[in-house]
Design a protein around this ligand. Structure first.
Ligand code: ADP
Length: 320
């Protein structure tokens, strides 16, 4: 039997045991109260020979008994509510832990796969170049593939390092005045070969942002995702809105269901299951984007693009 189901069985067994104990003690306390009242009633009967005095003492005794029963019932209800609340919290944290373990397992699987695939492609291209007589054009093509694959490998390792540095609070950001439109066009030219990327919108837009880690992590992860989860053009645009600049990365790809929009920022989270997904990834990219945005107090929005696809908008602080 799996460890997870064993833990759950033990958990439900304990819950059942506690609930039965609770019912038993409530029953025991109530019957004891009735028993004591019965005995007291007997002694009252012996103590008071006058029927009238006996009756008024009996009324008082019954009232006391009623108050005791109400007290037991109220305490029982409070205890039961606390117990149920505690059980609910324990179950929730057990579920969360299971989910994290599942994601970590998927992460290890996808990281291993992600590391092996580009390495295998680079190796294959180099071996082919060594073993076969290739013309200049073919050689160029093989080198280009090897370069693209090594870039992919580099991005993956970069994301793993950034995630671990962020979580160990090792990073310090240094915001500076930057011409964002120039920065983005240069960044795209340097880091992406894809002709699907298109920069639209305002030029000469200035922001106050760290350009060593914050901008590269946010821009590269959003663009990589847009390229990965769509086949069509990826539009990057800037929109100045008073004290903020909205950086928008939009695609016309598969889109993100509304129910998943909050969860995609969780560490290792990927939409769908390992069996149904046909894209490669680790679930680290958006975690990094959100983590950085939160530290810097930048708002981040995920919207549906029209007619389909997604639109990620990051609000950056503007400056003159
Ligand atoms: P991954 O390495 O899986 O791309 P991310 O953290 O970057 O990890 O993204 C988390 C998940 O969010 C992805 O697995 C994907 O399901 C979804 N996602 C992110 N960006 C997009 C997008 N532009 N279009 C559709 N789905 C997306």
């Amino acid at each position: 039997m799996k460890k997870k189901s064993k833990t759950l069985i033990t958990f439900y067994f304990l819950v059942l045991y506690i609930a039965l104990q609770f019912v038993w003690w409530t029953y025991l306390l109530s019957s004891l109260t009735f028993e004591v009242s019965g005995q007291k009633e007997e002694s009252l009967r012996i103590q008071f020979s006058s029927e009238e005095i006996f009756k008024s003492a009996l009324v008082e005794l019954k009232q006391k008994q009623k108050r005791k029963i109400i007290m037991i019932a109220t305490e029982g209800a409070v205890f039961l509510s606390l117990l149920l609340f505690g059980i609910y919290r324990v179950k929730k944290s057990l579920d969360k832990e299971n989910e994290t373990v599942e994601h970590q397992k998927n992460f290890m699987l996808s990281v291993t796969h992600e590391l092996k695939t580009p390495l295998a492609a680079i190796k294959l291209n180099l071996q082919t170049m060594r073993k076969r007589e290739l013309n200049k054009e073919q050689q160029e093509r093989m080198l280009e593939i090897a370069e693209i694959e090594s870039e992919r490998l580099n991005n993956l390792i970069e994301n793993i390092l950034v995630a671990s540095r962020l979580e160990n609070a090792e990073v310090k950001f240094h915001p500076e005045r930057i011409n964002l439109s120039d920065y983005i066009t240069e960044f795209i030219a340097l880091n992406f070969r894809s002709e699907r990327i298109q920069f639209e919108g305002e030029f000469n837009v200035w922001v106050m942002v760290d350009k060593n880690m914050v901008l590269p992590s946010i821009i590269s992860n959003l663009i990589e995702n847009a390229l990965k989860y769509s086949q069509d053009k990826v539009i990057i645009s800037l929109l100045s809105d008073k004290s903020i600049v909205k950086l928008c990365v939009a695609d016309n790809g598969i889109g993100i269901p509304d129910s998943e929009k909050d969860r995609i920022f969780n560490k290792f989270y990927r939409v769908g299951s390992e069996e149904t997904r046909n894209t490669k990834g680790t679930g680290l990219g958006l975690f990094i984007v959100k983590y950085i945005a939160d530290i810097c107090n930048y708002k981040i929005e995920v919207l549906n693009n029209s007619p389909n696809g997604s639109r990620f908008i990051v609000h950056l602080p503007a400056c003159d």
